[in-house]
Design a protein around this ligand. Structure first.
Ligand code: PMP
Length: 368
């Protein structure tokens, strides 16, 4: 029978749409999804095995629904790394920060409500908005990819969105958003509604600057979302979290599925948090490699957007997709995020970065 998704009664807003799909291709050098290239250290793999073995003995029972031990350790990590005291009641965890964002939109967005983001930015914000029935508004940026603050303030005042997303460092462009910009948009959002402002800090550990977490003080409509996928090198773990006023945690608990974080996930994340010191040393190496990529790409003659993340946006290309293919033909997978003229490369190991730099150096020569 010739039957496809188009024959199913899917919701109107999903018709003809494509799922999130960074290509997962089997090529020698994969620098396309902002993963950490370093496998977890063997001592941590051992610790995960121990913790998971213990958890396995209780798998006949549901896990701790409120993940209190894990949230306590995440709060300690945030306190230690930002100098801003964070309490367990201010932290919430879910399966990746994508799920955190989904829970936030389920609680504060939804049918009849809207969210705004300043694009290009992380495409899942708008996709999760769509999935939760939240209307999406695309806010402006300058040509250099910084947020156009007066225009953004006007957009917030005009549309009165229920949720404002600010990604810093931004993905796919890499640039960090200054605290003053976040504060200006927070004020605009409070004057307009008041609405929730979600600062997506998925890449903040790679930043030259500091986390915006201290801004939470006295701002109950502000949320900072984080992930263990990047700095902790644990994309496969699926662990994201947020810090906010405890009232926000109460709100997301209304929409989370019961026992959403498996006992295996909680045990693994706890083991990883015991090894924070070692994992953050890899972050330092990646920051140095990121800075090297920026410098070398510029030396080769490419334009590069300032990066505070573990990836670099470079260009410009008359046909970014054709260039993406040419780099792939040389065995290196980078990302075409659909930003006209630009591509994005994730900082890998020094050898992977060398392979990438060789490929784009060759391309530049060809074009001359
Ligand atoms: N926010 C941003 C800005 C991202 O780039 C990503 C992953 N690419 C995420 C959130 C989601 O990460 P995860 O669900 O793995 O925590």
């Amino acid at each position: 029978m010739n039957f496809s998704i188009d024959d199913l009664p899917v919701r109107d807003e999903l018709r003809g749409k494509s799922p999130y799909g960074a290509p997962q291709l089997d090529v020698p050098v994969r620098l396309n999804t902002n993963e950490n290239p370093y496998p977890l250290p063997e001592a941590l793999v051992e610790r995960i095995t121990e913790r998971v073995r213990e958890a396995a003995r209780d798998l006949n029972r549901y896990p701790d629904r409120d993940a209190v031990e894990l949230r306590t350790k995440l709060a300690e990590y945030l306190t230690e790394t930002t100098g801003h005291a964070v309490d367990v009641r201010s932290v919430w965890a879910a399966n990746g920060s994508n799920e955190v964002i989904q829970q936030l939109l389920q609680a504060f967005g939804g049918p009849g409500r809207t969210a705004i983001g300043f694009e290009p930015s992380y495409s899942m914000h708008s996709l999760i908005a769509r999935g939760t029935g939240t209307g999406w508004i695309s806010g402006p940026r300058h040509d250099d990819f910084t947020i156009d603050v007066p225009a953004a303030e006007r957009a917030v005042a005009e549309h009165r969105p229920d949720v404002v997303f600010i990604t810093t460092p931004n993905n796919p462009t890499g640039n960090a958003v200054p605290a003053e910009t976040v504060l200006a948009l927070y004020e605009a959002a409070q004057a307009a509604k008041p609405s929730m402002v979600v600062v997506d800090e998925a890449y903040v550990e790679f930043s030259h600057g500091a986390s915006l977490l201290p801004l939470l003080e006295g701002r109950p409509h502000l949320v900072v979302s984080r992930t263990m996928s990047k700095a902790f090198g644990a994309a496969g773990l699926r662990l994201g979290y947020l810090a906010a006023h405890p009232a926000v945690v109460d709100a997301v608990q209304l929409v989370r599925l019961p026992y959403h974080l498996s006992a295996v996930t909680q045990a693994t994340a706890l083991a990883a948090l015991e090894h924070t010191g070692t994992l953050l040393k890899y972050v330092e190496q990646l920051k140095a490699e990121r800075d090297r990529l920026v410098a070398e790409l510029r030396a080769i003659g490419y334009e590069v957007t300032e990066s505070d993340a573990n990836f670099v946006q470079f260009g410009r290309f008359a046909d970014a997709h054709a260039t993406w293919q040419k780099i792939l033909d040389r065995g290196v997978l980078v990302r075409d995020n659909g930003v006209p003229g630009w591509l994005r490369v994730t900082a890998g190991t020094p050898a992977e970065n060398d392979a990438f730099l060789d490929a784009v150096r060759e391309l530049k020569k060809e074009q001359e």
